[in-house]
Write a protein that binds this ligand. Structure first.
Ligand code: PEP
Ligand code: MN
Length: 344
């Protein structure tokens, strides 16, 4: 249930509602907008009766939230969530570009790529130090050495870094080096990991599981949010379909659908969403046109030598061209009305 307070309700009216909910044994999560406060009841609240709250002073209405996700729901938090990753904003009208290699392979490779993507306008550097690989015989990432290289690039090019964390016990170490923690598609339903990143003070990029529905993905976000971390961005990276020509099928529907369902920023990943570098540009443009808040793109100076995902990596020159196009598309959009759910 959410309790929507009247515009400019008094603080003691808000407090009275919160206290009543706590007395009934539930937690609350407050969403304080420019005009009004919305109080969300956290927990299995089916036995609460909205009418009992509607009679309270300062309450506009109390409604049951139809979705099982609550803190993530736009009903509860009508305004877009905007947060910063070490000074770089994500969400709302901002266009946030993350780019870099799939894996950190060497110091030279990462520094060369970082310089190129920075020059082309990327704000956040990506690169995996711990890699979830289908085969145990494939390159698994440089681990701690990879994190150290990322930290060097971060300082040298003044770019925050996003990198994947695969297990709860590695969260403290990865959080020491990274500015944003990536939860990979294969880990989206690792609930122990979601709880662990929910407890750290670092933003999270939550990738959609390759066989997950939008609701399952939002429930994964809810795990992080309900553990206290409210800086979560969602990443659509393609789902598995019957089509083998592409590695995954980027679910373009998910972009506007998620913007309606949730206030959290949504980032598109055309690299994993297609698996083919020649499709990355067109799908990146479609992602932005569909209303996403940003992109995460794999870039490699020598894709044919990449230790992972070379086939979907752009060369720096093509990445720079793409940046010009996506900015032009983003500038054309009417950001005020991008998630307009009114029916008239
Ligand atoms: C990656 O970002 O390199 C990656 C492994 O992505 P995903 O988890 O979406 O497959
Ligand atoms: Mn990859």
């Amino acid at each position: 249930m959410i309790v929507v307070m009247k515009v400019h309700a008094e603080q003691d009216e808000i407090d009275a509602v919160v206290q009543r909910i706590h007395k009934l044994g539930f937690n609350t999560h407050l969403s304080t907008g420019a005009e009004r406060t919305i109080i969300g009841v956290v927990g299995a609240d089916r036995r609460l009766e909205p009418m009992n709250f509607e009679v309270m002073a300062g309450v506009e209405k109390a409604v049951r939230v139809l979705h099982p996700f609550k803190i993530a729901s736009r009903d509860f938090h009508p305004e877009d969530t905007v947060f910063e990753v070490h000074g770089v904003p994500i969400g709302g009208h901002h266009l946030t570009i993350m780019a870099g290699p799939c894996s950190v392979e060497s110091r030279e490779q990462l520094l060369e790529t970082a310089a190129a993507v920075k020059e082309a306008g990327a704000q956040i550097l990506r690169g995996g130090a711990y890699k979830p690989r289908t085969s145990p015989y494939s390159f698994q990432g440089l681990g701690l050495r990879g994190l150290e290289i990322l930290a060097e690039a971060r300082e040298r090019y003044d770019m925050p870094v996003v990198t994947e964390v695969m297990s709860p016990d590695l969260v403290p170490l990865v959080a020491e080096y990274a500015d944003m923690l990536q939860i990979g598609a294969r880990s989206m339903q690792n609930y122990a990991l979601l709880q662990a990143v929910g407890k750290v003070n670092k933003p999270v990029l939550l990738k959609r599981g390759m066989m997950s529905t939008m609701q399952e993905w939002l429930m994964a976000a809810e795990y992080i949010l309900s553990n206290g971390n409210d800086r979560v961005a969602l990443c659509e990276r393609g789902i598995r379909t019957f089509e083998p020509y592409t590695r995954n099928t980027l679910d373009i529907n998910a972009i506007p659908a998620m913007r309606n369902l949730t206030h959290l920023p949504i980032i598109g990943d055309p690299s994993h969403g297609t698996g083919k570098w020649e499709l990355v540009g067109p799908i990146a443009r479609a992602i932005i046109a569909a209303g996403a808040n940003g992109l995460i793109i794999e870039v490699h100076p020598h894709p044919d030598e990449a230790l992972s995902d070379g086939a979907q990596s752009l060369k720096p020159k093509r990445f720079a061209e793409l940046m010009r196009n996506v900015h032009a598309i983003h500038d054309l959009l009417d950001h005020e009305n991008i998630h307009d759910r009114e029916t008239d």
